[in-house]
Design a protein around this ligand. Structure first.
Ligand code: GTP
Ligand code: MG
Length: 521
């Protein structure tokens, strides 16, 4: 156990020597969870935009206040003579946030670890140490996952709990990897990871029986796809993993079977399979078909890309660097001022900028900006940042607040109108005025109550139904008024999709997804 801290430190030191950088850090939040998703989703949510959401419903007190390791890194860097990354150089490469999602044990952390290893960020010595540690814990094959799974609980149990974060670069792109947990207890953490991502890698285990459990009703392959789409993950690489497993042995039939079962489900979840989805076979454990295309001797039938190529070729919808600045705050801490963390959803920020924190309308000034581990002068949309501010105390900020442009601040409301798609209610309950749930919209997590069902939408014609609606059941699409007890900052979906999509959860289950159609202060 003592070795873990040392290993983490060793890793971070290794990475600082490289020009490609790595940080492994964690988000948090814990909650029991189970969800079955229906096979049809509201049409309006079927588009390519991306959005933000972050949740930590009923977070585990043990993890809630654990400080992400990335934060520690910044603190270490905050000495007087900080090098300022050359802006032009930094901005030359595009930046993509990629979340790894999929059922528990599909191999997400193993693939993340392998990516860092292949991109030269983990040395042999560290790998050997992990091999030994994994063996000592009777988890031999888990050593690659240990690169991403850095805390003791994760290593002992062999599951990811908190979202691991790491960075790597290819010729054209800087990637931030977000390694989400697959276990159903940690879905809120997965939501948090997905809300920060532009694209997703859906990892599916091809091992006999494992694909099946992930795919069946209640499996997280389904739930994660559905949530990722709602949270704005616009494209998915579907990685069919464990192709080396003896039960698979690079079988084309098995690969085709998985693809043919996944395609209709991905379609029903709102993805355009031709444009937004790409399948490829890999072995995360052995690193096969990841950095380089695999040998025909391993897999004679595969002529397509390897994972790095596919990641490099992914295009995401253009973001507007000139839009009004919006950065939902995920976390905050004190460090020579107040530092807030979050992903820029729109606009750009510059050292010295005057901004406003909403909804409490506090004027702030930007003292410093950190992108990954680097200090930068400016940053644009899509970047995950830490921003040091003056003018506000750390205690006066809550996650879910939005760092916002002064000229066009985001609106704050405690009531709004939304179009909801009911997925599955607990015990087939009915959904009616008075229904209470937890609202997750970008980084906001807030208790909410349905005040009024206004209109039901006919799922077939997509037109409002005439008769008055008093209650609805699973699968219904309904327009309703929702109230929250505290002011929250959101946007109309039609104005700003990233900040206008949400999920409703009850007792750890995602019961509905929706979009904001009208704001009422
Ligand atoms: P959670 O974080 O708990 O959701 O799991 P995960 O998806 O991160 O899976 P993880 O990487 O921890 O791997 C789970 C198990 O699958 C480990 O024993 C891995 O060694 C094994 N595994 C992962 N990838 C491969 C692979 O390509 N081939 C084989 N044979 N085993 C693999
Ligand atoms: Mg994992």
């Amino acid at each position: 156990m003592d070795n873990i801290e040392e290993d983490i430190r060793a890793l971070q030191l290794d990475s600082s020597a490289e020009d490609s950088k790595m940080v492994v850090s964690n988000d948090n939040g814990v909650e029991p969870e189970e969800l079955v998703v229906p096979d049809d989703v509201e049409e309006d949510l079927r588009d390519e935009s991306h959005t933000a959401s972050h949740t930590e419903e009923d977070t585990d007190p043990q993890t809630e206040h654990s400080e992400p390791k990335a934060v520690v890194e910044v603190k270490e860097q905050s000495s007087a003579a900080e090098p300022i990354e050359d802006e032009v150089e930094k901005n030359k490469k595009r930046h993509l946030n990629v979340v790894f999602i999929g059922h528990v044990d599909a191999g997400k952390s193993t693939i993340g670890g392998q990516i860092l290893y292949l991109s030269g960020q983990v040395d042999e010595r560290t790998i050997q140490k992990y091999e030994k540690e994994a063996k000592d814990k009777c988890r031999e094959s888990w050593y690659m996952a240990y690169i991403m799974d850095t805390n003791a609980e994760e290593r002992v149990k062999g599951i990811t709990v908190e979202v691991g974060r790491a960075h790597f670069e290819t010729e054209t792109t800087r990637f931030t990897i977000l390694d989400a947990p697959g276990h159903k207890s940690y879905v809120p953490n997965m939501i948090s990871g997905a809300s920060q991502a532009d694209i997703g890698v859906l990892v599916i285990s091809a091992r006999k029986g494992e694909f099946e459990t992930g795919y069946e009703r209640g499996g997280q392959t389904r739930e994660h796809v559905q949530l990722a789409k709602t949270l704005g993950v616009s494209k998915l690489l579907v990685v069919v993993n464990k192709m080396d497993d003896p039960t698979v042995n690079w079988s084309k039939e098995r690969y085709d079977e998985i693809e043919s079962k996944m395609v209709p489900f991905l379609k029903s979840s709102g993805y355009n399979v031709k444009k937004d989805i790409q399948f490829l076979p890999i072995s995360g454990l052995h690193g096969t078909n990841m950095q380089t295309r695999m040998d025909k001797k391993v897999c004679p039938w595969w002529n397509g890309q390897c994972l790095f190529e596919a990641l490099d070729a992914l295009e995401v919808p253009p973001r507007d660097p000139n839009g009004p600045f919006r950065m939902p705050i995920i976390d905050k801490f004190k460090d020579m001022g107040t530092v807030v963390m979050g992903k820029v959803e729109s606009g750009s920020v510059r050292e010295g900028s005057n901004l406003v924190i909403m909804p409490n309308k506090v004027q702030v000034k930007v003292l410093a900006i950190y992108c990954d581990e680097d200090k930068v002068r400016t940053a644009g949309p899509g970047e995950n940042l830490r921003v040091r501010l003056s003018g506000i105390e750390e205690e006066d900020i809550l996650s879910g607040f939005v760092l916002s442009s002064n000229e066009k601040p985001i609106s704050a409301v405690n009531e709004f109108v939304a179009q909801l798609h009911i997925l599955e209610l607990l015990d087939n309950a009915i959904f009616t005025a008075g229904y209470k749930a937890v609202l997750h919209i970008h980084s906001v997590v807030e208790e909410c109550e349905i005040i009024e069902l206004m209109q039901q939408i006919d799922p077939k014609t997509r037109k409002p139904m005439k008769k008055k609606v008093l209650f609805v059941k699973n699968g219904a699409v309904v327009i309703c008024r929702i109230q929250v007890s505290n002011m929250i900052c959101i946007e109309k979906f039609s104005d700003f999709q990233q900040l206008g999509r949400f999920t409703l959860r009850t007792e750890g289950k995602t019961v509905a997804i929706g979009k904001v159609t009208d704001l009422r202060a």
